[in-house]
Design a protein. Structure first.
Length: 98
């Protein structure tokens, strides 16, 4: 690289300073789109492993939405589903980590 720069300076008849010899060229970095594996794994767990919890949550949501004045929430059913999803996904998720 230095010989090339020295050759250029002799060709153009000018001396290149030391600072110009230390030029760095930054290559454009390719942006790699990272995909979080947790989403697809959890969706597969809901479809194949946690069907009964999903069904209970859907039934509760229908019941709550059909009433106009109710204090009932489906929080317990949601927690049960989330617990099932986390338990199922944890077995597969840690094998994907680097």
């Amino acid at each position: 690289m230095v010989k090339f720069l020295d050759g250029l300076s002799s060709y153009f008849g000018e001396s290149l300073s030391r600072s110009s010899r230390l030029m760095t060229v930054k290559a454009e970095e390719e942006e790699v789109e990272l995909v979080d594996p947790q989403g697809p794994i959890r969706e597969a767990c809901v479809a194949h492993h946690c069907e009964k919890y999903k069904s209970k949550l859907d039934t509760c949501n229908e019941r709550v939405n059909s009433r106009s004045k109710t204090t009932e929430t489906c929080f317990e059913e949601l927690l049960d589903l989330m617990h099932c999803m986390d338990h199922c996904a944890s077995e597969k998720l840690f094998s994907k980590l680097k």
